[in-house]
Design a protein around this ligand. Structure first.
Ligand SMILES: Nc1ncnc2c1ncn2[C@@H]1O[C@H](COP(=O)(O)OP(=O)(O)OP(=O)(O)O)[C@@H](O)[C@H]1O
Ligand SMILES: [Mg+2]
Length: 265
């Protein structure tokens, strides 16, 4: 578990402002769901937490410390379509992730350490329900199974923060529901901080303990890159009673979940 602090963060690419002045405090152990229209900077934000991207201005902290310059084993990531290694079996993929997380110099473990890694990898494969498919290659797995494998790979590094970028976006509704039933207990059991981007509001509200929306509050039709997205809604779902709208800065758009956000996918 880790707390994430975002202080006055701006992201700019050339003269395009993507995120402007983000300030967020994500509690350790939270399940933060991020929604927002396409292109508003959700994946950019995840890449910053992962350490693949630096803010142009401002700073990001994990447990009060500045983010290391490179992605580390403390942060795992699952994308919508994950590039699991096609030439490795399910077990091989998880084992490799496990080894890379433990032995950063050689990328391989030997002897007792390798046997232990294998036991742990098999336990993880069982946890995501892939034991019967342990020796298959990814091409022989369904989309849902491949995402289970991707989750097992991300978890093999025992991350404190799990980043999910539309991890279930390519799955059919039934498989998606199965993935929800998988991820929520995993999150509760493993005690990770999860940051998940999704276009599915139902998913955001059923999985998240907090839902935030990114959106632009100002537009310049002559210069689309002039303004970036901000946090326009910030909903704490752990509170009792009606869900409060904490960070609303767009009173003019009516209901918190405008059609524009819903239709973004
Ligand atoms: N490396 C980059 N160089 C230049 N522009 C970039 C780079 N990465 C992202 N952008 C731009 O930043 C904006 C935000 O992109 P991002 O991928 O974060 O959006 P998103 O909210 O994840 O969208 P989607 O919902 O479609 O996945 C886009 O306009 C994109 O073109
Ligand atoms: Mg994205």
């Amino acid at each position: 578990m880790s707390a994430i602090t975002v202080e006055n963060v701006w992201v700019e690419y050339g003269d395009q402002i993507v995120l402007e002045n983000l300030n967020l405090e994500v509690a350790s152990g939270a399940f933060l769901a991020i929604v927002g229209p396409s292109g508003c900077g959700k994946s950019t934000f995840l890449r910053m937490v992962l350490g693949q991207e630096r803010p142009t201005r401002g700073r990001m902290l994990i447990d009060g410390e500045p983010l290391p310059d490179e992605p580390g084993p403390d942060r795992g990531v699952v994308f919508q379509r994950y590039s699991v290694f096609p030439h490795l079996t399910v077990l091989g993929n998880v084992l490799l992730a496990y080894e890379l997380g433990r032995s950063r110099v050689f990328g391989r473990l030997f002897g007792a350490a390798r046997r232990e890694a294998r036991d742990k990898a098999e336990a993880l494969i069982a946890r995501v329900g892939l034991s019967a498919h342990r020796d298959k290659h990814p091409s022989a797995l369904s989309g849902g199974m491949q995402q289970r494998l991707a989750i097992a790979q991300a978890l093999a590094k025992n991350p404190k923060v799990l980043l999910l970028d539309e991890p279930f976006g390519a799955l059919d509704p039934g498989t998606r529901a199965q993935m929800h039933a998988l991820i929520k207990p995993l999150w509760a059991k493993l005690g990770m901080t999860v940051v998940m981007v999704t276009h599915d509001l139902k998913e955001a509200f059923s999985l998240g303990t907090r839902v935030i929306a990114f959106d632009k509050v100002r537009h310049d039709p002559q210069a689309p890159g002039r303004y970036g997205a901000r946090v326009t809604y910030d909903l704490d779902l752990t509170r009792e009673g009606p869900v409060p709208v904490l960070g609303a800065v767009k009173p003019d758009i009516g209901a918190p979940w405008s059609v524009r956000v819903v239709a973004a996918g």
